[in-house]
Design a protein around this ligand. Sequence first.
Ligand code: ADP
Ligand code: MG
Length: 254
Amino acid sequence: MTLLASTPAPGTTWLGWAFVVAVALVLGLLIAGPALRRRYPVAWWLVLGFPFACVRVSRTWRPLMAGCGLAVSRKAALIVVSGLVGKGAPPPQPRVPWRSFIRPTPGGFWFLVRLLPGQVPESFVKAAPAMAESWQVHAVRVTPYRPGVVRITASAADPLKEPRIPKQRGPGHLLRVVVGAVETGAPWVVDLRRVPHWLIVGATRSGKSTLINALVAGLAPQPVALVGIDCKGGMELSLYGPRLSRWPPTAGRR
Ligand SMILES: Nc1ncnc2c1ncn2[C@@H]1O[C@H](COP(=O)(O)OP(=O)(O)O)[C@@H](O)[C@H]1O
Ligand SMILES: [Mg+2]
C-alpha cells in the first residue's frame, strides 16, 4: 500500500517535467537574454519581439483608430434599429479601417490599411506618433501604397543606436550593391540596373560621401568601368584612383 501511494501518476510526472523545462527556459532567457539579443538581434526580434508586437497592434487597433479620429460612426438609423431589436445589446461599434496581416521585417513589421470613404493618407501620417506610442516601437512610417491603401511600417528600435550594416557577400549581382541598412534593418540595396541614374543631395555631414564610398567600394570588385569626376580636385575620390577606369585629375598623366 505504501509503495502504491508514493508512485506518482504518469500525468503528474509529465507535468512536473514540463514545469521544470519551462522554468529552466525562462531562467536561461533571463540570464543569457541580453547577450543573445545583442548577438542575434534579428532572430531575437522574430521569435520574441514580433509576436508581442502583433498582439499589441491587434488589441489597440480599434481604440487607436477611434482615438485618432479614423473610425467612422455607423448610420444613426442603424443604431436606432439595433437598439430596438437588440434588446439592450450594445450599439454597433464604429467602423475602423481594414488592415492586412502583419508581416515581420528584420527590425520591425509592416501591414496595409484600406482607407474608409472620405479618408486620406495624410490623416494616417498624423496618427503615426500615436501608433508608435501604443505599439511601443521606435517609429511608425505611413506611405501611400496604391489609391485607397496605405502601408504602415514600424521600426522596433532606433536603427542608429547600434547600427548593423548588412554585409554583401562576394561581388553580388552585377551593378547591385548593398550600401547600408534602411530604418527597418533591411539591407539598403542600390541596383543600378533598375534605377540607373542617381542624384545624391543633402546638407553637409548628411552622409553623401559615405554613400558614394559604399557605392564605389561595392562596385569595385565587379567587372564594371568606374569613371570618377571629382570637383574637389581629388579630395573625395583619390583613394579610388587605382581602380577608376577614367579619372580627369590624372587623365592627362595616364
Ligand atoms: N547612414 C549613416 N548613419 C550614421 N552615420 C553616418 C551615416 N552616413 C554618414 N554618417 C556619418 O556622418 C558624418 C558625415 O558624413 P559624410 O558622408 O562625410 O557627409 P557629407 O559628405 O554629406 O558631408 C561622418 O562622420 C559619417 O561617418
Ligand atoms: Mg562629403
